[in-house]
Write a protein that binds this ligand. Structure first.
Ligand SMILES: C[S@@+](CC[C@H](N)C(=O)[O-])C[C@H]1O[C@@H](n2cnc3c(N)ncnc32)[C@H](O)[C@@H]1O
Length: 267
């Protein structure tokens, strides 16, 4: 059980540190997810847990990790990958292409992007890299490992599965791992998109910001878009999730298709 007052305090703490907007409708979900943290600290109620979070940065991070929803899959919203392969990549003739999976979760999105880039660009000697970031430190560690439960393999086209994935053995029975080559082209780090994006992340040709904005209210969405779009090169492409819309929140991009945008005003 959590009182309305304590839920509001916890929700405010989550909002301050992640931007995530926990509505009253999320109350039971939050109680369910955080119950094990109360047991871990042997606490009798959420008021005490709130105190632990406000006095311990480590517990605050664990709380944010526990609260975030990290649902993802390989080649989720397949049409984005088709669009990239047919409408964007064929026009890249030289240079080094940089793609950002901006709320990467465990990395399925970033590795899906890498498979397509390797297939289309590498044979033409065009170099590329993929960066994935997330606020959740656990999923960033998992993404860097590149180890996935076998059920995730079902979403990967067979030719990519054969080319880039290895079946786990012994302690990794029932899992598969992304091979060393593809993992060397993709790296993951922790970043909070509510905060200024670190300069050393660089600038990007393509950004995937998918299925993340749904957890934020409009002012936070606007703030995140401003931060993220600073790193998108002119004419760079932005993909958002199918349940998201940003037209009313920024005039820095032009809509090409319902969830596909190009940086720059309509000419
Ligand atoms: C539902 S997953 C989306 C994963 C992937 N983009 C996809 O579409 O499959 C949303 C991710 O956003 C991350 N997230 C939430 N708030 C964030 C913030 N302020 N900064 C960075 N990442 C955040 C969560 O940790 C979670 O992994």
């Amino acid at each position: 059980m959590i009182t309305s007052h304590t839920f509001e305090k916890l929700a405010a703490l989550v909002k301050t540190h992640s931007g995530i907007h926990l509505t009253e409708a999320k109350r039971q979900l939050v109680v369910g997810r955080l119950a094990k943290r109360l047991r871990h600290h042997n606490l009798e109620n959420f008021d005490r847990y709130y105190e632990v979070c406000t006095s311990s940065p480590d517990e605050l991070q664990i709380m944010i990790n526990t609260i975030t929803t990290n649902e993802t899959s390989f080649f989720r919203e397949q049409h984005h990958f088709t669009y990239m392969r047919t409408h964007i990549l064929p026009h890249i003739k030289t240079g080094h292409l940089r793609v950002w999976s901006a709320a990467a979760s465990i990395g399925a999105e970033a590795y899906s992007i890498a498979m397509v880039l390797d297939e289309i660009l590498t044979p033409h000697a065009i170099t590329w890299e993929v960066i994935g970031t997330d606020i959740n430190t656990d999923v960033v560690d998992q993404a860097n490992e590149g180890l996935f439960p076998m059920r995730f393999a079902e979403q990967i086209p067979l030719e990519y599965l054969k080319a880039y994935c290895l079946q786990g053995v012994d302690t990794h029975e029932g899992e598969f791992i992304i091979d060393d080559y593809l993992r060397s082209k993709v790296h993951f780090e922790v970043a909070n998109l509510m905060e200024p994006i670190p300069n050393d992340l660089g600038r990007f040709d393509i950004i995937f910001l998918r299925n993340m904005l749904i957890y934020f209210d409009n002012p936070a969405k606007e703030h995140i878009l401003k931060n993220v779009l600073k790193t998108l090169k002119p004419n760079g492409m932005l993909f958002i999730g199918h349940a998201e819309s940003i037209g009313h929140l920024t005039d820095e991009v032009t809509q090409i298709k319902p969830t596909i945008y190009r940086k720059g005003a309509r000419s």
